[in-house]
Unconditional design. Structure first.
Lengths: 136, 136, 136, 136, 136, 136
């Protein structure tokens, strides 16, 4: 129905051992039994798949920021960039991590406001106030 | 030294009563005694100043999301859009609201990762998985 | 003081005849006696200089839309993209073509609003209403 | 057929009184008897719906710039940002406000040209000419 | 099935002589017997069609950079901007010009990395090293 | 003179052993004896520094695409995104890898053209031609 991906999906049963190892880690880390399509297109380059997955896995785990906050930030950037796949997948992830609908709508309100004021600043070019400059 | 703003800064003592009323609300809401340059350029259109300030004030106050989380999202969008003024001002705001340096660096890590995978999805165009589609 | 351009400025008196011909057309078309820096960096590729200038010249002349309206659109896009040079140069052009400060501030209000609602639509993904679809 | 919105559409007959009041104002302002989907997704946050609608309503009404010029600017930004919904809806609005096909195609020509020269300036980084700097 | 274009497609047999002349040049230059939809929408403004086609034709022909390298750059920008049509069409063109699947996946890896580090630099704002500044 | 970075630069002699190990690898890989500022800001998060450096190092080394082609793509994306630091640093890198000025100007021509046609496609929304769709 929709447009096909730019490269075919690499399904588990046709994947190389190197790709399967990443798929296995994705499922183990997430506690799921399926792989979403984003990884299935990256799998055409096993090094890219592995590096990207390990980056996402390490960056998105709880640290100084909790996992839900990180996911909200991911959604905000995806909406800002207009990425269709990312908007659906990370909104679903955020909901799975406990995002309420009230939180989601407030997130959208912040996204809208930030994109608005970013352009007002870009068009009017106020100088950065001294009080906002970090001490070098 | 740096480039002048595209419109002059409207300082408090030369502002109209309508603009002063907004400036007063900004300072009262924030508990500060100065106005940052962003508002001083918007002040050339008092209606735009009022609407933008009231939007920011209402959107950024704690609700389903706390004030710091909202500020982190603002920083993330400003870095994604490459807005110079917004990056400095909202990073300063986030620090004032308690953002630690560890939180800031993790935020940057998420910003980098999201901008990377957004483009991988845009270039490879995986179809959105059924599991990610909201039930209509 | 500020950073140097990525390629040196090609000044008129050191320019090739091919570049001078474009510079002359720019000054004749605009009724000015100087060339702004944008063209002086493009001049390193005379074909790029000529094609870009002729494109700008032909697109920006009055047609179904008047010259000021076109310049306002240019400013709106430059602010949206965050292009520093373009924001200053096209705002100056718009003012030279008669843009009032009230028009400029209203333009900024539209720019801010459009960037806000663009992201709300990108994040919430409402389906396009049938009434908005052109008849094929 | 297409992907569902990220949140369900809030139809008039299931809307709260607060949402209905905004819907009523939209229809009264526009002289129409239906609500487009953008507002139906925003309606999950009545405060966001109200603030966004009132912002759009006030910003887009004729002032120093006429209503059609404002709509052309909205279309230009939506195409620049690649917002699918916004492109269809604001092009439809611009046509309803009298935009001719010749005007639309000229608008697209300006959009293309501005996005081109914005990136040439971003890549070559010419310094802003003194003549373009506003007097502080 | 999918959304109609914002303006109807101008097919060859209904095109004006001016448009047909461009279509003929496109087919002759490419050695094909069909016109892709991008040109069929631009054809509503014959001057825009002609200028855009001649620009693409001249810019994309081999010069200091070979034709495939130029096409890879086009794909990289289209993915960065999230342009759906451009991603499919220029990836197809790159493949037709000999891009291997290994080259395509490496291209995507660079696109992802550049978009990541661009935002890290935009968020952390390191000063440009003197060693990177061109000699004026 | 210019604005300070958002976090202080971490110089080699004050860096932790973990950071120094990355700095050493950067210098060894590049055959240089200094570290550019981008890495000095990332160093506040040693894990982010290490992951980003190893990603850049592995992605940018010659493979199916040669090192200069990859650097050209990096410059193209940096100009498209308007990243100041990235434009200067990657243009310098490309020159160090042998990019001629003629190649650089042709690169800019492609960047300009792609950003133009991306927006024409986004505004006019031609359907993707069947011939451009990959076979699933």
């Amino acid at each position: 129905m929709s447009q096909p991906p730019v490269v075919p999906l690499v399904e588990y049963d046709r994947a190389s051992p190197q790709v399967r190892a990443v798929y296995d880690d994705i499922m183990a880390t997430r506690g799921t039994d399926w792989i979403n399509n984003f990884w299935k297109v990256l799998a055409h380059d096993p090094a890219l798949l592995k590096r990207t997955w390990e980056g996402v896995r390490d960056v998105m785990k709880p640290g100084a920021l909790d996992a839900l906050t990180k996911e909200l930030i991911y959604v905000a950037i995806s909406a800002t960039n207009g990425c269709d796949y990312c908007t659906y997948s990370h909104t679903a992830s955020a909901r799975a991590k406990g995002m309420s609908e009230a939180q989601f709508m407030e997130l959208m309100a912040v996204v809208g406001m930030a994109n608005q004021t970013n352009r007002l600043a870009n068009g009017l070019r106020p100088p950065v106030d001294d009080a906002f400059l970090p001490r070098a």
